[in-house]
Design a protein around this ligand. Structure first.
Ligand code: A3P
Length: 344
């Protein structure tokens, strides 16, 4: 048994003003949100109770982890990884929902404190959060500890808040996306799960996003932590935009990383399965609760779709956000490079 590690970061409540703004965007939370460590990663208040256990989670050598900031293409890559690792067993993938095949480590601390029954009655549709029932009874990280190998683990936590043995032990795939597209997608996700109860406009949501106040923020520091490890033999770094540009190429890269040989025919078969319209129709991966829901979990699948939601002022703010947050960091987003137009 590895020695128990104390958290290397502190956890502080956000200010009352920050909490008010966050709670306009995130419905159902009563405890103050918290900021973790120097980078100030935001989490719901109940994360306090779980942080140390998650940091001490026992990683196994045959684990495969997918780490992302929310709405960066997590589901897309989870499905890809699971299928590559399971000899393209499309039948099994169709039978078992992705959230069971590839559970989320910190699902429990993410559950709003208002309680499941209240949430169910009032505003959340549990179709999306089917796994929440289980995660409410027993912590998600504990449920994952009990899974018989090999495990597939999803998390939105940044590397610095995960077990320090992770990259020496397991295989990790990190996925990053242009923060502006992630912001829009994040907004629509919360709009979807809270039905009509989340009244804020995207403009207001952006206020919180650009101040790095939404859960798992700051997005750019988060991605940069993965980027800094891109040469680590146990971490494979992907940009969402590259999947849009050339999905078969990304599939080949992931299968090589996982040491799985795929024939060109298998690559094409998998790419077809992972196509936006096929993923959208696929009930085991599209977590949308009502098929007639206006906003779907698998929503638009575009690069640069943010433009339709930002007015001139917000666009300037986004530029400033990107410039200030990227200052001194290493990460190079493909959608921000000189060739940006090739992604649009
Ligand atoms: P949009 O809301 O911009 O459409 P996550 O799984 O991390 O929550 O990310 C969800 C985002 O990935 C959504 O973005 C969703 O549409 C997009 N996505 C999922 N599957 C996709 C696919 N096959 N092709 C393109 N985008 C996909």
């Amino acid at each position: 048994m590895a020695p128990w590690l104390e958290l290397p970061f502190d956890i502080q409540n956000v200010t009352a003003e920050e909490d008010k703004l966050i709670k306009k965007c995130m419905i159902g939370y009563t405890k103050p949100f918290v900021k973790c460590g120097k980078k100030g990663y935001i989490m719901p208040g109940s994360f306090r109770k779980h942080a140390e256990r998650i940091y001490n989670f026992q990683v196994r050598p045959d684990d495969i982890w997918v780490i992302t900031f929310p709405r960066s293409g997590t589901t897309w890559v989870q499905e890809m990884v699971w299928l590559i690792q399971n000899d393209l067993d499309f039948k099994k993938a169709q039978e078992i929902p992705l959230f069971d095949r590839f559970p989320m480590l910190e699902l429990t601390p993410q559950i709003p404190e208002m309680g499941l029954q209240l949430i169910k009655r009032n505003f959340l549709n549990l179709g999306y959060f089917q796994g929440l029932g289980k995660a409410a009874r027993s912590p998600s990280w504990k449920n994952i500890e009990e899974i018989t190998a090999p495990r597939f683990i999803k998390t939105h936590l940044p590397l610095s808040m995960l077990p320090p043995s992770l990259l020496d032990t397991a295989k990790v795939i990190y996925v990053a996306r242009d923060p502006r597209d992630a912001a829009v997608s994040y907004y629509f996700l919360y709009k979807m799960v809270s039905k009509g109860f989340m009244r804020v406009t995207f403009k207001r949501f952006w206020e919180a996003f650009k101040r790095d106040l939404l859960p798992w923020s700051p997005i750019i520091e988060h991605a940069n932590e993965g980027w800094e490890q891109r040469h680590n033999k146990n971490l494979h770094f992907i940009f969402y935009e590259d999947m849009i540009t050339d999905l078969p190429k990304v599939i080949r890269g992931v299968s090589e990383f996982l040491k799985r040989d795929l024939t060109e025919q298998q690559v094409n078969l998998l790419a077809n399965h992972l196509r936006f319209d096929n993923m959208r129709k696929n009930k085991t991966v599209n977590n949308t609760m009502h098929t007639n829901n206006e906003v779907q979990f698998i929503r638009k699948g575009e690069v640069g779709g943010w433009r339709a939601h930002f007015d001139d002022k917000m666009e300037l703010e986004a530029e400033e956000f990107l410039t200030t947050r990227l200052k001194g960091l290493d990460i190079e987003y493909p959608s921000l490079s000189i060739c940006e137009s090739s992604y649009l």
